[in-house]
Design a protein around this ligand. Structure first.
Ligand code: AMP
Length: 112
């Protein structure tokens, strides 16, 4: 299947990855809409939020666990937005489930 985010997850297309494990990959958005703009995607191809089912929904819970961890690492202690677009009218341009994490670093970042 020809899918941009599957190719990024597989490392076939370069990206600035900030996190990866067996289930999810996180990388900087190429066209940031906030000072920090990261995309978190499942490795598994799920086309959109409409395609979340009892069989694959555990990956979504894991995505949010990773987001909480990344937010701390990226210095988003003061808060951030998580956005998922669904379908044409929802502004979804890449047909692979993804979660935008948008925020700005706190003044205390980087730690230490
Ligand atoms: P959406 O409009 O919700 O489907 O979001 C797709 C996002 O993917 C947009 O914010 C794009 O800037 C981003 N994007 C597209 N191609 C790439 C890429 N090669 N690497 C990183 N982000 C990308």
């Amino acid at each position: 299947m020809d899918c941009l985010f599957c190719s990024i997850a597989a490392g076939e297309i370069p990206s600035k990855k900030v996190y990866e494990d067996d289930t999810v990959v996180a990388f900087y958005d190429v066209d940031p809409q906030a000072p920090v703009h990261v995309l978190v995607i499942p490795r598994q191809h799920i086309a959109s939020p409409d395609d979340i089912t009892p069989d694959n929904s555990a990956v979504v819970a894991h995505v949010f666990e990773v987001i909480a961890k990344l937010a701390k690492e990226l210095g988003l202690e003061n808060g951030y937005r998580v956005v998922t677009n669904c379908g044409k009218d929802g502004g979804q341009s890449v047909q692979h489930l993804h979660f935008h994490v948008l925020g700005k670093r706190s003044l205390a970042w980087p730690p230490g």
